[in-house]
Design a protein around this ligand. Structure first.
Ligand code: HSE
Length: 332
């Protein structure tokens, strides 16, 4: 029996719980039996070594906005028996907390970790990877970059034998939505931002989206975790989209280009940057709406392109559960 603990019960945590409930049969067929022994949010939680009733947890959270007080994440990590912690608390890319401590303490006790939380990986990926190795645990993070767009396991598994020269992509759905609407409707940036917020994928502070901070954080994870580099957030050259005007699209489109916020790491050219770039309209990265995309340049496989939804509760849950299946798969 695989014992799972979920730390964080916002939209991502609830999305994971919903998928574990609705797709329980499929998941059990692939990994064997599992149960969720704890669910926590920032105020409290539910814990039961024989399994928490996830439907009840979701119901409580929806009705009261919080789980019952009395159980804390650190209490669970220090005192309960679980095989894997799903860490989906709120991202903070300055200090990584509270996720950083949660992840470290899980790994120290040899529990595997699956996370969607960019902060701890931006702040301390190498340290966490070493800690996992030392303790015979695994750190899985497909959901931190590109949401449901497969990139982490694609590079780590399918492209494992390749040298990754460069990864260039669209890693922020909010910016892509704003730019593609500007392209089509020639509306001003701030007019669209208000609507972009309503989509529910913008960061709590949308400055993180439009100033390229979120994309830069994902780029740091890509560089350190998928390209064996050792870069910090401050190393990323970063320009956001706030100065892009509808007129800029007029000029670009006349010449067959559009404008997209591109995150790019290139080992050969020494590039680590997030900036608005001209992209030919037929190019695979000239995608529209809230999609993410990535072009992975390799030595053996050549160029590989992936496109998919980079945010959203069920999309992120899909990535998280894919990590769970990767960890425990015992059947095809
Ligand atoms: N605010 C992010 C985006 C969410 O718009 O892509 C996913 O990290």
């Amino acid at each position: 029996m695989i014992k799972i603990a979920i730390f964080g019960f916002g939209s991502v945590g609830q999305g994971v719980a919903e998928v574990l409930l609705s797709k329980g049969d499929v998941i059990r067929r692939l990994i064997g039996d599992f149960e969720v022994v704890a669910v926590t949010d920032s105020k409290g939680g539910l814990a039961d070594e024989n399994g928490v009733d996830l439907a009840e947890a979701l119901e409580i959270k929806r009705k009261r906005k919080r789980l019952p007080e009395g159980v804390t994440t650190m209490y669970i990590i220090e005192n309960m028996d679980f095989d894997v912690g799903i860490e989906v608390t709120v991202t903070n890319i300055e200090h990584g907390e509270p996720g950083l401590t949660h992840i470290k303490e899980c790994l120290k006790r040899g529990a595997n970790v699956i996370t969607s939380n960019k902060g701890p990986l931006v702040v301390a990926y190498k340290e966490l990877a070493r800690l996992a190795e030392k303790n015979g645990a695994r750190l899985m993070f497909e959901a931190t970059v590109g949401g449901a767009m497969p990139i982490v396991k694609l590079v780590k598994n399918d492209l494992a034998v390749n040298e990754i020269y460069a990864i260039k992509g669209i890693l922020n759905g909010t910016c892509n939505y704003i730019l593609s609407r500007m392209e089509r409707e020639r509306l001003a940036y701030d007019q669209i931002l208000a609507e972009a917020k309503e989509l529910g994928i913008a960061e709590a502070d949308p400055t993180y989206d439009v100033e390229g901070i979120d994309a830069a954080a994902k780029l740091v994870i890509i560089a350190n975790a998928l390209m064996d580099m050792d870069v910090k957030f401050e190393d990323v050259e970063r320009v956001g989209i706030t100065k892009i005007t509808p007129e800029a699209f007029e000029v670009a489109m006349e010449k067959g280009y559009t404008i997209r916020l591109i995150a790019e790491v290139d080992k050969i050219e020494g590039i680590l940057r997030v900036s608005p770039r001209l992209i030919p309209i037929q190019h695979p990265l000239a995608i529209s709406g809230t999609l993410n995309a990535a072009l992975i340049r390799t030595d053996l496989a050549g160029d590989v392109v992936v496109v998919g939804k980079g945010a959203g509760s069920k999309e992120t849950a899909s990535a998280i559960v894919s990590d769970l299946i990767e960890l425990y798969r015992c059947r095809d």
